[in-house]
Design a protein around this ligand. Structure first.
Ligand SMILES: Cc1cc2nc3c(=O)[nH]c(=O)nc-3n(C[C@H](O)[C@H](O)[C@H](O)COP(=O)(O)OP(=O)(O)OC[C@H]3O[C@@H](n4cnc5c(N)ncnc54)[C@H](O)[C@@H]3O)c2cc1C
Length: 369
């Protein structure tokens, strides 16, 4: 296929959803490229050499409150129940995380049975800070010193190589605190995993005669004059040749280890706040529910080098991003280039959130068709 209507740079969730919508609903000819050797972006999963299905770029726990979005994705996959349970190891004990009544009872040797008892107890621990301006203040104002030190401080230092004081309130603020015994990692209404994996789901999505997929292909290798419309899901600073400065990202190195046992951990993820260089160990088999006699554990080592995973939320990065954002707005007006997704918007989005963004962009682009 030549003479495309649209070029989409990046075959992650955003690129795949937009390709599918444009090809199926609007009958556009789409050129979908990715510099990696696969579709699905960071949601990519594959069989490890041991035969165990792994999430190559970190565990992906799909969840959403949006039924329409779930219905849309159900065109491309069946689902299995999400099994997202996290514990935090501290001083050789395992605690449910996010903090809930069980965490509090074990940590403080209490016997609370009612939500309001736990609520008042946590309130009695919290430090009175009216408008928290960083993650440390936020957590202290919510749960107080002891829980902050046990569950947040050490983990955050490893994860970001920054003190929670140097990070915006939202970094630690994303994690809920519960007064009941709900041990699920997240609160969302729908918590499901694609039955055959994310890669299978996204491959099904872009399997269409109007979509030409080219992998191992860099945007800069193409002549952009050949395309009337471009959707760009790569890093925004890279698009503008870093002319306003380089945006900082935190990355991870993964060490995958096969173990010849059915399971090693009790649940998918263990966070380590006071030992090891790695932040967490992940046994994704709890989520994929693959039936096999061996398993793989992945150990995550945060680093400043490598693939861009987590935007670093601080004033300097926000200032630089704002400049790119206005350049991007001009680029949309002048050259029909649309920027969408985690890398292009320098924002940590979960998968359901970027898919919502992609669907909204599709409506915007096609509203005058
Ligand atoms: C460690 C980690 C854990 C996560 N866990 C969860 C989770 O539990 N639940 C959840 O819902 N979400 C999770 N996410 C978020 C999820 O991965 C993202 O929301 C989603 O992948 C973003 O989709 P995207 O299309 O914007 O970007 P990406 O998935 O990053 O895809 C962008 C694609 O563009 C390609 N690209 C970039 N530049 C170029 C270029 N110049 N030329 C060609 N191709 C290019 C890249 O190779 C990439 O494949 C996690 C993310 C990370 C990093």
């Amino acid at each position: 296929m030549t003479n495309y209507d649209v070029l989409i740079v990046g075959a992650g969730p955003v690129g795949c959803v937009l390709a599918e919508r444009l090809a199926t609903i609007s009958n556009k000819r789409v050129h979908l490229i990715d510099k990696r050797k696969h579709v699905a972006g960071n949601c990519f999963d594959e069989k490890h050499e041991s035969g165990v299905l792994i999430h190559k770029y970190g565990p992906h726990y799909f969840r959403t409150n949006n039924k329409q979005l779930l219905d849309y994705l159900s065109n491309y996959t069946e689902w299995i129940e999400g099994n997202y349970y996290v514990t935090c190891k501290y001083k050789n004990e395992y605690y449910p995380f996010p903090i809930n009544r069980l965490t509090i009872n074990k940590f403080f040797d209490k016997n609370f049975t009612k939500e309001d008892e736990v609520k008042s107890f946590i309130e009695s621990l919290s430090v009175n800070i009216e408008n928290p301006i960083n993650s440390e203040e936020f957590v202290l104002s919510r749960v107080g010193q002891q829980l902050y030190k046990a569950f947040y401080l050490g983990y955050t230092l490893k994860q970001w190589d920054l003190h929670p004081k140097e990070l915006g309130p939202s970094v630690c603020g994303r994690i809920p605190v519960r007064y009941n015994e709900d041990c699920r990692y997240v609160d969302h209404l729908y918590q499901f995993t694609p039955k055959l994996g994310f890669t299978s789901m996204f491959n099904n999505m872009v399997n269409h005669k109007n979509i030409h997929i080219q992998l191992n292909k860099e945007f800069k290798e193409l002549d952009r004059k050949n395309y009337k419309t471009i959707i760009y899901t790569g890093a925004i600073d890279e698009y503008f040749n870093y002319k306003e400065g380089k945006l900082q990202w935190r990355s991870l190195e993964f060490n995958f280890k096969e173990v010849k046992k059915e399971f090693v951990q009790k649940n998918v993820q263990i966070n380590y706040s006071d030992e090891f260089k790695y932040t967490r160990s992940v046994e994704i088999k709890h989520v994929t529910k693959q039936e096999c006699s061996n398993t793989v554990i992945s150990y995550e080592y945060p680093t400043n080098n490598g693939d861009p995973y987590y935007p670093i939320s601080n004033l300097e990065n926000e200032r630089i991003y704002e400049k790119y954002k206005s350049l991007a707005e001009q680029e949309t007006k002048l050259n029909n280039v649309y920027f969408c997704g985690r890398l292009a918007e320098y924002k940590y989005y979960n998968t359901d959130e970027v898919i919502e963004k992609a669907l909204a962009l599709y409506e915007k682009i096609t509203k005058n068709d």
